[in-house]
Design a protein. Structure first.
Length: 320
């Protein structure tokens, strides 16, 4: 009756969790560094990938039409995911199909004029849809380029009508131990939570995702609604959202509450500040064997750098 084994790195490190330490060990086993890992991973899991095209076809936002690197193919990105609710490996795409997104309702509450619930279909009708091709950089130092479909987070904020005292937006992922077995693991602070300042939430780059590759969002990508913040480390981009709360208290994220010295609130991509055990100066695109330099704010500084004027280390002090 053991559904989930406490990862030994978590036991040994005494709750000092570390996405990358785990990744590195698994990659060693899979031969990832030798360029054969992805093919092996692809063979290991062949989840039925839903093929529902997104209708109506969204138009491509001209400001985000070119990420400066090739789009990472769907057959790679849909089989290499971080979604700890379904397991702590990258191969959770099959397991994630257990999530039912039928009749998905999102609760909007906290410091708003009037709390309300809205179905995902209604939400999309209210906000409209566009496509954006952007870079994604995980704190584990892998990266990808994905054509997301969705709407600006600013539209969600406008719909919610937060009160003037609201300083942060807080997102929460579903909680269902029958569907997501790893949520039975008590050493994790479920449900997954993330948050942003109102200035971040209303920045043009902050995006709510409902589709990818011209299709309705795959479950392993965080269907039916996830965040994507292209200038922040990937763990900020919370998946399968059921609740949006406006608050005057800074939300503590899932990873931050596990290890605040390694996963800060701000988590802006910063090649100058290395992680405790490895460099953040370079990254490995999922479709390449060669590492490339990591750019400050993941290359989106023109849009967001002003949000962090005067902050040391772009906000986070971490272990230093
Ligand atoms: N609810 C939830 N959201 C999550 C995660 C998770 O484990 N649970 N992982 C995060 C991390 S670490 C990354 S890198 C991205 C990965 O997104 P992808 O699997 O679509 O590439 O999702 C983020 N959002
Ligand atoms: Mo990540």
């Amino acid at each position: 009756m053991i559904y989930h084994r406490k990862p030994d790195w978590l036991i040994r490190e005494n709750l000092v969790t570390d996405e990358t330490l785990f990744l590195n060990r698994r990659n060693l086993m899979a031969g990832f560094g030798a360029g054969t890992g992805l093919a092996m991973l692809g063979q290991a899991v062949d989840a039925a990938v839903p093929e529902a095209p997104f209708t109506p076809v969204p138009s491509l936002n001209a400001g985000f039409a070119d990420a400066g690197r090739r789009v990472t193919v769907e057959s790679i990105t849909s089989k290499y995911n971080n979604f700890y609710e379904f397991g702590s490996s990258k191969r959770i795409s099959a397991e994630a199909q257990k999530l039912s997104t039928d009749d998905w309702v999102i609760q909007i509450d906290g410091m708003v004029d009037k709390p309300f619930q809205i179905g995902i279909e209604d939400l999309i009708k209210r906000t409209g849809i566009e496509e954006r091709i952007v870079r994604h950089r995980c704190v584990e130092a892998w990266s990808m380029v994905v054509p997301w479909i969705g709407f600006p987070m600013a539209k969600l904020v406008a719909l919610a009508k937060p009160q003037s005292g609201a300083k942060y937006i807080r997102f929460e992922t579903f909680m269902d131990t029958k569907v997501a077995k790893e949520q039975k693991a008590a050493w994790y602070p479920w449900p997954y939570v993330e948050g942003f300042t109102m200035a971040e939430a209303t920045n043009e780059l902050a995006f709510m995702v409902v589709g990818a590759y011209g299709k309705v969002l795959h479950k392993q990508f965080g269907a039916p609604l996830r965040v994507h913040m292209p200038w922040k480390f990937g763990f900020k981009s919370i998946k399968s959202i059921v609740k949006v709360t406006f608050t005057d208290k800074r939300p503590v994220g899932f990873w931050e509450s596990l290890q605040k010295k390694e996963y800060g609130f701000w988590a802006n991509v910063n090649p100058a500040v290395d992680h405790r055990r490895w460099t953040q100066a370079t990254e490995k695109p999922l479709d390449s064997d060669d590492r490339i330099p990591t750019q400050i704010f993941n290359g989106y500084g023109a849009q967001v750098a002003h949000l962090y004027d005067g902050m040391d280390d772009l906000g986070d002090r971490l272990w230093r």
